[in-house]
Design a protein. Sequence first.
Length: 282
Amino acid sequence: MSENTNLLAKDVRKSMQADCQNCFGLCCTALNIAASSDFAIYKPAGTPCPNLQANFSCQIHHELRNKGFKGCTVYDCLGAGQWVSQTTFHGQDWRGNAEIANAMFQVFPMMEQLYEMIAYVAEAMSYEISQHLYDQLHEQLEKLQHLTNLDAKTLLTIDILHIRLPINVLLVKTSEQIRQKKVLNNRRKISYRGADWMGKHLRGKDLSATDLRGAFLIAANLENADLREVDFIGADLRDANIRGANLSTAMFLTQMQINSALGNSETKLPYYLKMPPHWKRK
């Protein structure tokens, strides 16, 4: 596998960024919001948030956290919103057309899942893995990219679970190949899949190459921890303290996970993630 191949996969992953200016406020309209510590109101799916303005911007964008909408500052669609708005529906505004609105609001969650899988697969392809595994991942990436180009009616017939299962197998294999390089020289336990580490004190710990898939890390103290090559798929990092932690080569992290955690300028992040604006104010 060539260096250029790795760079191409990295470019695909890094390019997956939300562009709210080219989206019709789909996350603020299509999704259901439950009143909680993350959202100040209840909003049913298909109903615009009262803070959504006519130009699809948020009237309290700079005050979201102070006004009880922390969840909005965490959310990231990876670019699915603008793709649905500008490509699937060819720039058609959902306002004033109930049929388009209904279809768009159904397609958006589907596209989100496809984009999430594309992000994971592209990231996996950027690692130093076997050529056979790379080829399998590349085949899945092409299938996913083809699906994103389908029309709205066809998209709604997709069996997401059927698509997700083989991809999950490949992501597990990728994780094992990458982590195995460190595991061979590490005698500590390295699999804590689904572990309940809520509030656990892990400051400064070497957790490198650990499998933390689906782990509950809510409010865990991971300050200055070594989290390189850790598999974070599905891990809950809400309010986890990752200040000064090294996640530079952590695997399968999302912007939403990072946005929900507590970090600072000393936190080392993977190449495709950005430091959340609210970290700078801490």
